[in-house]
Write a protein that binds this ligand. Sequence first.
Ligand code: FE2
Length: 289
Amino acid sequence: MASPQIEVIFDQSTSTFTYVVYEAAGSECAIIDSVLDYDPVAGRTSTAAADRVVEFVRANNLKVQWLLETHAHADHISAAPYLRRQLGGVIAIGDQIRVVQGVFKKVFNLQSEFLLDGAQFDHLFVADEIFYIGNLQAQALHVPGHTPADMAYLVGQEVAFVGDTLFMPDLGSARCDFPGGSASSLYRSVAKLLDLPPATRLFVCHDYPPAGRAPQCEATVTEQRAKNIHVGNGISEEEFIAMRTRRDATLGLPTLMLPSIQLNICAGVLPAPEENGVRYLKIPLDVTL
Ligand SMILES: [Fe+2]
């Protein structure tokens, strides 16, 4: 089988990697974890980051088949609806998004017309579902923990897009304290990823490099097993849970959590404009998440 080509597009402001996965120029492609720029001070969106993806897709004459989300992100707004309008494609996420929708429907007091069946997305993956990006075979691996709905996307035998399960080895793992998160589940999900063949290249969704290191997007299973500060070197589930719980207690909410999550549980679709033509986001006051 052909090897996947991977274009990496880094969004500096949210430290997010968007990936375009394809076989060759002119083939089908999948876009993974796109970003709609959002300035929370001005309440202004822009498509600058997404337009870099559009440009690459058009320059390589790719046909967008999939707009994949690894999970409902809490740190950036998805540009999938914008990319679907520009390029086509099916917006897909894990079917456990329904659980996430149930939690946040309460937080945002969403109206009864807000469905909890994931129908806002074009496709919901079940665990281990096989799908194709052109001729490339791919598989959705359910890797809950950071959220209940996280999926990692394995493409061919050699690359996997792991979302917010693992970070680069010197940063470790993602937080598990969002509603529905679970350090125990994350430990098992990471173990599943580290059971992939040793040379498998694992692509992360974010990097927050320490001073002096440039952002990096991939490490192999071997590298993660040997060097990951949270899950490498045979750390036990108990040790991991204790470390994760201690660390998560020190973390504040991501700056863009409230805007991001209320849009991303709706596949990134912006709310309909009110009668004055303006769209509004909701901010719950004094709610503990
Ligand atoms: Fe995340």
